[in-house]
Design a protein around this ligand. Structure first.
Ligand code: SF4
Length: 82
């Protein structure tokens, strides 16, 4: 039962699931791109280039924590990589 007392159609759930899947895939793709970027400042310096960025890694261009920035749709890479 939906919040308004009606049973929501399965189409709404399917679209919501597709949107969530798309957001998650986009987020992971951004972290991979940052992981291959020479501007990335790793919190742990021994992590090899190409490893997806983690929550404590910062962008050397803008100074943002990339994991926090990458999750926001309205944010952009300062180097136009995503
Ligand atoms: S946000 Fe852009 S410039 Fe910064 S580390 Fe990620 S890919 Fe590199």
């Amino acid at each position: 039962m939906g919040c308004c007392g009606k049973k929501p159609s399965t189409g709404i759930f399917a679209r919501a699931r597709d949107t969530i899947d798309e957001i998650a895939a986009n987020y992971q793709e951004r972290l991979k791109i940052c992981g291959n970027c020479t501007n990335l400042k790793r919190f742990h310096e021994i992590v090899p280039l190409g490893t997806p960025a983690t929550k404590l890694d910062k962008c050397g261009k803008c100074g943002c924590f990339v994991a926090a920035k990458a999750v926001l749709f309205n944010q952009k890479c300062p180097d136009r990589k995503w």
